[in-house]
Write a protein that binds this ligand. Sequence first.
Ligand code: FES
Ligand code: FES
Length: 161
Amino acid sequence: MAKQHLTFTLNGSPVEVLVDPRELLIHVLREQLGQTGSHIGCDTSHCGACTVDMNGQSVKSCTVLAVQAEGARVLTVEGLAGPAGLHPLQEGFMQEHGLQCGYCTPGMLMRAYRLLQDNPNPTEEQIRGGLAGNICRCTGYQNIVKAVQYAAKKIAAAQGE
Ligand code: FES
Ligand code: FES
């Protein structure tokens, strides 16, 4: 099958790769672009470990063909921290012990990132609902919710400065 040229913006920088038309975005991110933060946790589109942000929406990158990312803005967990340091969500996961094995964490962070972009002051129920497509087999979710609440407060405080 003929390869296709694919160009898109990854974590703020332009990238160009040759892809098979049937290749999935998660494979291109991990295998061609070295962005191994996004994980593959299932074969059924259920776990959310592969979640990235594409054009301002959360997508499970195991369900997106790489060619669908043509011209898109893609943000992965590698691009979440800023020049000033960790993103408040990353800090929140550390402070509130929002992870154990860490396998789900990159997907949780990216989903929570979009959740807070869309709703900076979510209720606990909205956080739980927003993360419903991301499975964690370790934590019981309680500390993940606290981590998102920590980040929401920190972002709000920074904006009030
Ligand atoms: Fe499980 Fe994508 S790898 S939803
Ligand atoms: Fe292990 Fe979530 S911390 S799967």
